[in-house]
Ligand binder design. Structure first.
Ligand code: SF4
Length: 468
């Protein structure tokens, strides 16, 4: 733009995000792409010139929920139009990818439907929608990689930030739509990841979570012409001055290699926390799910991780009632949960996703039985989570202070195990990692007192109990 060119008119953008952290990251990148067109955040859809629904296909009845939300937005769009304003309505994310033109057939008031690999082309789509006055649908998976075409992150990150390093999946689990909606595995070049991480840290981020649907399958091109795995990438990221903490999610047991386990032993800034979905404890069900590993493989990985990093805690994903799962198979899942002891978990009853192999499989488990199994599983997982949280009481742990708390003089932070921590402290300490003695565990958070304002050492107190 020349010095004399007018700044773009100020417009408001509202993005509703469903689903995983990758969708949260994608939403921030869509806002970055639209910022040069003059779009700034809106508080509510009613006040927005553009609304994007960033959808998730993992949700049960995801498409139906989308169409009911679109019904509400149709009314808002009409009201704005009768008041002389407009509203560009876009549907993004995995439901957009899966449903494509079906969205505009059922909801012709939608202007743009875009798949997850096309966000960098949003400004052009907005212009085309305005010119054509009809819907723009972009759901192909272009060979050009969107990361090469996205601008640098515009919005300053918080103390904690996400950074997508890998997308897509080639594993084709029986129940999952990701390989169909996000496409084949792709890893960003290591230099691009390092550059983005340095920018995030320069803008104030102190903890970075690397994201990918199969993040530990990362195999990024390196400047020396070689290929780096996730372990090497983590080692390089750990060298960035000012970056206090690293995490990564979501991992697959098949890609949990020796180098990555050694990284947990060697990198102090790599937090002692791992989300490692197992889905089932039954070999028969794991095979039906096409997971490519057995229950014993998972247990061996856990053992090696705990040997490498004794304070590591694990979370996982579980599906209750996958087609063909018998009571004995489900009992094997409960046995695996008891053997491992998880600090947190996500569990769902199986629900079919159109187009996936399990959707058409015989031996669907009756709904009532799925409900009963899920409740039993969740009761056990909740018990383990509570026990893990209680086990922190009395420990001195490093807490990264992330912002003010709800009460005067209170600040909020995060333990190494993703637990929110409340304490009384000077707000000037936000952004630092401090030592906190945990006094009490609540259902979803911890509270404690500051032990010292000095930077935490990452070495846990000698009072550290064994992992749950
Ligand atoms: S590995 Fe994960 S993302 Fe890939 S198909 Fe399986 S569940 Fe989906």
């Amino acid at each position: 733009m020349t010095a004399s060119a007018a700044a773009p008119a100020r417009k408001r953008l509202f993005i509703r995000t469903w689903g995983c952290q990758m969708n949260v990251y994608d939403s921030t990148r869509m806002a970055d792409v639209l910022a040069p067109l003059g779009y700034a955040p809106a508080e509510a859809p009613e006040a927005a010139d553009m609304v994007i629904l960033n959808t998730c296909h993992i949700r049960e009845k995801a498409a139906e929920k989308l169409f009911s939300e679109l019904g509400r937005l149709r009314e808002m769009k009409r009201e704005r139009e009768s008041a002389g304003a407009g509203m560009v309505l876009a549907v993004a994310g995995c439901v957009a990818q899966a449903e494509g033109a079906e969205i505009t057939r059922r909801a012709p008031w939608v202007d743009i439907v875009l798949g997850p690999q096309t966000y960098h082309r949003l400004p052009e789509m907005v212009a085309r929608a305005a010119r054509a006055g009809g819907a723009v649908i972009e759901t192909e998976m272009p060979v050009e990689q969107k990361f090469d075409h996205l601008p640098e992150q515009a919005a300053p990150p918080g103390i904690t930030a996400f950074l997508t390093v890998q997308e897509g999946c080639d594993k084709f689990c029986s129940f999952c739509v990701v390989p169909y909606t996000r496409g084949a595995e792709y890893s960003r070049p290591a230099s691009a990841v390092l550059a983005e991480a340095r920018r995030l840290v320069a803008a104030g981020a102190r903890e970075i979570t690397l994201l990918g649907q199969n993040v530990n399958a990362y195999h990024g091109e390196a400047a020396d012409g070689g290929t780096w795995g996730l372990a090497r990438l983590l080692r390089e990221l750990a060298e960035i001055p000012g970056l206090l903490r690293l995490r990564y999610t979501t991992s697959h047991p098949r890609d949990m290699d020796e180098a990555l386990i050694a990284a947990h032993r060697d990198i102090p800034t790599l937090l002692p926390w791992l989300h490692l979905p197992v889905q089932s404890g039954s070999d028969r069900v794991l095979a039906a799910m096409n997971r490519g590993h057995k229950a014993a493989d998972f247990l061996r990985i856990v053992e090696r991780l705990r040997a490498a990093r004794p304070d590591i805690a694990l979370s996982s994903d579980f599906i209750a009632g996958h087609p063909g799962e018998s009571r004995e198979d489900f009992a094997a899942t409960l046995a695996l949960v008891r053997e491992v002891g998880f600090a947190a978990s996500y569990s769902f009853k199986y629900s079919s996703r159109p187009g996936t192999p399990a959707a058409g499989a015989p031996q669907q488990v009756p709904e009532a039985e799925k409900d009963a199994r899920l409740q039993e599983l969740q009761a056990l997982l909740r018990e383990q989570q509570d026990a893990f949280n209680r086990s922190r009481a009395g420990m001195v742990v490093p807490v990264l202070l992330t912002g003010p708390g709800r009460h005067p003089g209170q600040v909020m932070g995060r333990s190494p195990w993703l637990q929110p921590v409340h304490l009384q402290a000077d707000a000037a300490l936000v952004g630092q990692e401090v030592q906190v003695r945990i006094l009490a565990a609540h259902p979803n958070s911890l509270s404690g007192v500051l032990v010292s304002g000095e930077a935490a050492s990452h070495i846990l107190s000698a009072e550290e109990p064994a992992p749950a």
